[in-house]
Design a protein around this ligand. Structure first.
Ligand code: ADP
Ligand code: MG
Length: 230
């Protein structure tokens, strides 16, 4: 997708989100503001339960905040109907989850074709995309026949099928050893630099932060500290 590089890929302003009921009600996001430009690779670190996945859900139009605004590539998500939100998400936003989240019965190439078809994109050129994540030689393999790192690479290729403006990544290295972790996160950094997609990655893995442009810390629903990248 050709993106105007002066428009933020993600702009969250003073976002709050409460989850749960009664005594277990939690302020998962407490006045979060975040701007990510095209081509930027931002990491968010922070303890478990601090609101990191909630931030990705709100930024990815999977949930709506209680207050505050969220714009993805200039579009205020609150202005979209339910159906329009789904179409917008499928076309403009890519998600990568912890273990790849692939469908067990589909080959790598078919995972990509399905993601394309869901967004109304009938002709997906799977080969160059799989090649770009070093997986062209595994196009016909199902997830059970792939290693953790390979599954994660297919998951990244699938998230990029519709050429999104924004890629949201939740703990991509949780199941990987150190070397694979660097490969996968390095791949994300290359994509951000090469194609201009903005990447927001949540991680526990401080070892991979060197690949990122910016590191933010989430504590108790607040995006508070900015840590310098070594
Ligand atoms: P993280 O990804 O940083 O571990 P989450 O965004 O998943 O944090 O969760 C933030 C807070 O919201 C936590 O206290 C969690 O227990 C709570 N929470 C998450 N999902 C729900 C839910 N569906 N109902 C109630 N509370 C939730
Ligand atoms: Mg989480």
């Amino acid at each position: 997708m050709t993106t105007d590089s002066s428009i933020p890929a993600l702009e969250m302003s003073d976002v709050t989100l409460e989850l749960g009921d009664g005594d277990s009600r939690v302020r998962a996001l407490d006045g979060v503001s975040l701007t990510v430009m095209p081509g930027e690779f931002v990491a968010i670190v922070g303890p478990s339960g601090s609101g990191k996945s909630s931030l990705l859900a709100i930024g990815g139009a999977l949930a709506r905040p209680d207050s505050g605004t969220v714009r993805v590539h200039g579009t205020d998500l609150a202005t979209l109907s339910r159906g329009a939100t789904t179409r917008f998400r499928l076309r403009r936003i890519g998600f990568v989850f912890q273990s790849g989240n692939l469908l067990p019965s589909l080959t790598a190439a078919d995972q990509l074709r399905l993601a394309g078809r869901l967004a109304g994109n009938r002709r997906v050129d799977t080969e160059p995309l799989l090649d770009s994540v070093g997986m062209a030689h595994r196009a016909g393999h199902r997830p059970g026949e792939l290693s953790g790192g390979e599954r994660q690479r297919v998951g990244i290729a699938r998230a990029l099928v519709n050429d999104p403006s924004l890629l949201l990544v939740d703990e991509p290295t949780a199941a990987l050893d150190r070397r694979r972790s660097h490969e996968v996160v390095g791949l994300l950094a290359d994509r951000a630099q090469g194609s201009g997609v903005a990447v927001v990655m949540v991680t526990h893995d401080r070892d991979v932060l060197e690949h990122c442009d910016r590191v933010l810390e989430m504590v108790d629903g607040r995006l508070s500290a900015v840590l310098p990248v070594a």
